[in-house]
Design a protein around this ligand. Structure first.
Ligand code: F6P
Length: 546
């Protein structure tokens, strides 16, 4: 029977209309859009789950929005949202449900998926995490020699690292300052060596976080941690006092020597990059305490509810996901810059890189046919104002169009003098300067010599979203992460791709394993490599320390 191929997004009438409309918008300046329309900012804002989105500084009109919303309808976004929340197997290539939203459902909810009430299971694990975290925090969990745990080292990579590190940094204000938290991810031995150099094994707990418990980097680091511990504590028996695991693979956890009583589970319906609010967040819970962790889950859930129920025209993730499509596919933008004006969010752009790029970096549709549009853009960023003194030059005056998400807060956890007002003034100034620029006439009028005029002219018309919240609390962090999760989902639905698999990471992994064997002399020298790789491998073998 012939396969039924769903219509390509590019064949939808709204896509064609957007293409037409873009011709007009390409030459329309934000100056015109604002000057002729005093109600623009009031119209182009939306609020949900404690976050305000001002999207008025985008190169859009009401017509653009209507067409984008029409596009969402024609791609049946509502049905797809319903399917995700309902536990359908929307991750087609792995035949799995995608249910990170179930990780933050309240205890009273019920969601039966494949015959199992997942909410009950989620809360069982949360309760076990809570009781374990309390024991670490009150000192009743002892190391093998009877000393309480002072240092917590999370070993994991990708989603089993980036979420925990980002959340620890973001919520550091709430963290138990009497404890040391470290994160080891890189296979580079330097990561482990530097993370443990000043730690006393008797007071150290390792959380080995790995969904599969097979990831090369994590397992290598976990075995190194085991040796590091046993060098001091000698007895195998001490392992169970100093190692716990977060995984879906109890067999592998047990063969590593970790008591499965000290294993915190999660499920195949939680993708690695969507797992910071599962047991993968154990280090976060120990750091900020179970109450704060639960507040973070409430923030996630509030944004889930907003996404599920708010009309698309007022729906933050939908609007942001559609704007990403607008710039990526109609303006040809290649990247999105995420610029948090908050030092605590310094790892947020790195976290978003996995979330957005592992999800939407895809080249085929769900049915396997090649995409006929660009898909996920490159996400990058740094906290303001540091970025201002480094790469903002290119955003202001370079030749590329880089849509921006500014993120800021009304209140600082560290209100020192005028710092916070200066910080926020910079955020506001950048959005304004990028949008409106400075014309050559304005530059001349300021007395600038003619030679410099072109260099000091700012074209403007650089788009941005501004996301504001009252304070960076656990709940607000949860809402912010869920906002990006669902905006990635929205764009993925428009592109018709599977945002929940990540086959693209496999090939390199397999090839690395082969080369590891060649370096170790376990497989024939100079295997079937291209001449460039063979030459590099040869150089490495000759020069490496034996
Ligand atoms: O790099 C691919 C990946 O599978 C990510 O999706 C995942 O977050 C990471 O590796 C770690 O996987 P695990 O938690 O199974 O160790």
């Amino acid at each position: 029977m012939a396969r039924i191929i769903p219509p390509r997004v590019t064949s939808h009438p709204s896509w064609k209309a957007l293409k037409e409309h873009h011709r007009e918008m390409a030459s329309t300046h934000l100056r015109e859009l604002f000057s002729g329309d005093p109600g623009r900012a009031a119209r182009m804002r939306a609020e949900g789950a404690g976050i305000l989105l001002d999207y008025s500084k985008n190169r859009i009109t009401d017509r653009t929005l209507d067409l984008l919303l029409e596009l969402a309808e024609s791609c049946r976004l509502s049905d797809h949202i319903r399917n995700m929340f309902g536990g359908q197997h929307i991750n087609k290539t792995e035949n799995r449900a995608v249910l990170h939203v179930a990780l933050r459902l309240p205890r009273s909810a019920r969601l039966v998926v494949d015959g199992v009430d997942v909410v009950r299971e989620v809360h069982e694990v949360l309760d076990r995490m809570e009781s374990f975290s309390r024991k670490i925090r009150d000192g009743s969990w002892k190391g093998a020699t009877g000393r309480p745990i002072k240092n917590i080292v999370n070993i994991g990579i990708g989603g089993s690292d980036l979420g925990p590190v980002m959340a620890y940094e973001a919520l550091r204000f709430y963290a138990d300052r009497s404890r040391v938290f470290r994160f080891v991810s890189n296979i580079d031995g330097t990561d482990f060596a530097e993370a443990t150099r000043d730690l006393d094994p008797e007071e150290t707990l390792f959380i080995v976080s790995s969904k599969t418990f097979t990831t090369l980097e994590t397992m290598t680091n976990a075995h190194t941690a085991r040796r590091w511990l046993l060098e001091s504590l000698k007895k195998e028996e001490s392992i169970r006092h100093h190692f716990v695991a977060v995984s879906t693979n109890s067999q592998a956890v047990s063969s590593f020597g970790i008591d499965t009583a000290n294993m915190f589970g999660f499920w195949d319906w939680v993708g690695g990059r969507y797992s910071m609010d599962s047991a993968i967040g154990l280090s976060t819970m120990i750091a900020i305490g179970p109450e704060n962790f639960r507040k973070m889950l409430e923030g996630f859930h509030a944004m889930d509810e907003h996404f599920r129920t708010a009309p698309f025209a007022k729906n933050l993730p939908v609007l942001m996901g559609l704007l990403t499509v607008w710039y990526t596919n109609f303006f040809g933008s290649q990247t999105v810059a995420v610029l948090p004006y908050d030092q605590y969010l310094k790892r947020f752009p790195a976290y978003l890189q996995q979330l957005t790029m592992e999800s939407n970096g895809k080249h085929v549709h769900l049915d396997g046919s090649p995409v006929d549009t660009d898909t996920g853009p490159i996400f990058w960023g740094e906290p303001g104002t540091n970025g201002q003194h480094s790469f903002y030059q290119l955003i202001h005056q370079g030749t590329r169009l880089i849509p921006i998400d500014f993120i800021g807060f009304a209140r600082s956890h560290n209100p020192i003098g005028e710092h916070h007002d200066i910080l926020m003034a910079n955020l506001l100034a950048q959005g304004e300067a990028l949008a409106f620029g400075k014309t050559a006439d304005e530059v001349r009028a300021a007395g600038v010599p003619e030679l410099q005029v072109p260099h000091r002219t700012f074209e403007g018309n650089r788009p941005s979203n501004t996301l504001l919240a009252r304070e960076l609390t656990p709940a607000v962090l949860g809402s912010l992460v869920a906002l990006y999760e669902h905006s990635v989902f929205t764009s993925g639905i428009i592109w018709g791709i599977d945002s929940f698999d990540q086959w693209g990471v496999e090939l390199g992994k397999v090839m690395a394993v082969r080369i590891i064997d060649e370096i170790a002399g376990k497989s024939p020298e100079g295997g079937p490599h291209d001449s460039g790789t063979a030459q590099l491998l040869d150089w490495y073998r000759k020069n490496r320390k034996k």
